[in-house]
Design a protein around this ligand. Structure first.
Ligand SMILES: CC(C)(COP(=O)(O)OP(=O)(O)OC[C@H]1O[C@@H](n2cnc3c(N)ncnc32)[C@H](O)[C@@H]1OP(=O)(O)O)[C@@H](O)C(=O)NCCC(=O)NCCS
Length: 230
């Protein structure tokens, strides 16, 4: 069936408004970073669909074609993304083609590195330090232990996961929804989940059939496309 012209027009208007708001968010972020003294580098084709706050005295590097915020990811209007490079030494680096859902929080005093092509779920938090000393007398005098967090390429972090200091995740691995990763080295191609997180699976394993898996959706999409062409 042919799409009515007014629906097509509405689609174009939405697309235009979304792209305009992404550019305004980027401008707002750049101004905030400049005002707060954060060194911010943004690659080509980056889109800030959600309001994003970059702050701190450190540096934030965002690679090419990165997106922050996802209009249908949930909580789009009620949250924002925050990248805090709190100390002068702090470095936050997002590789090329990273896609971030809503309400992402990174707080760094050393280094948080997210590899090319990573997918970051809604409400994910990454911290490379504890923020308080463990000993009772050090709670307000120390920022606790510090260790960089590094995600390899193409890592998928599920909704609500929390990655703490010293976490290293290998290429293609998955951090399951709600995982709390208290640091440690995890290899490539594994699934990490639970609290405290441990390896719970392998991304290459044969998966059980579900009523609606990706292939079913892909097939349905293909059928719709062929119907449209007719
Ligand atoms: C990690 C994930 C992809 C695994 O999917 P899967 O391979 O189909 O896993 P299964 O459902 O077959 O479960 C395998 C095992 O892992 C466990 N498991 C699955 N998800 C888990 C989670 N989030 N936390 C802890 N354990 C989990 C299951 O209980 C099961 O354990 P068992 O073998 O002892 O029975 C999925 O569970 C997940 O967390 N998806 C993230 C969804 C999300 O946040 N999307 C965000 C959009 S950006």
């Amino acid at each position: 069936m042919k799409t009515p012209p007014f629906l097509l027009m509405r689609r174009h208007i939405f697309k235009f408004l979304r792209s305009l708001s992404a550019r305004l968010h980027l401008l707002q972020t750049r101004m905030g970073a400049w005002w707060g003294g954060t060194s911010l580098t943004v690659g080509r084709g980056v889109r800030f669909y959600q309001r994003t706050r970059v702050s701190g005295e450190g540096s934030v590097r965002i690679g090419r074609r990165v997106t922050l915020g996802y209009p249908i990811g949930g909580g789009f209007h009620g949250s924002c993304c925050e990248l805090q490079a709190r100390s002068p030494d702090a470095e936050i680096a997002l590789g090329d083609f990273v896609a971030v859902n809503n309400g992402f929080l990174v707080i760094s005093v050393k280094r948080v590195e997210i590899g090319d092509g990573c997918l970051i779920g809604k409400g994910v938090q990454i911290l490379d330090f504890d923020a308080h000393g463990v000993a009772p007398e050090e709670r307000r005098t120390s920022i606790g232990r510090i260790a960089p967090v590094v995600l390899g390429k193409n890592v998928w972090v599920g909704n609500g996961a929390i990655l703490l200091k010293g976490t290293h995740i290998g290429d293609n691995s998955i951090v399951a929804a709600g995982a709390v990763v208290p640091g440690g080295d995890f290899p490539a191609d594994v699934i990490i989940g639970g609290n405290p997180a441990r390896i719970i699976g392998d991304v290459r394993r044969e998966r059980k059939e579900t009523t609606h898996n990706a292939n079913t959706f892909a097939q349905e999409g293909a059928v719709k496309k062929t119907e449209k062409k007719r």
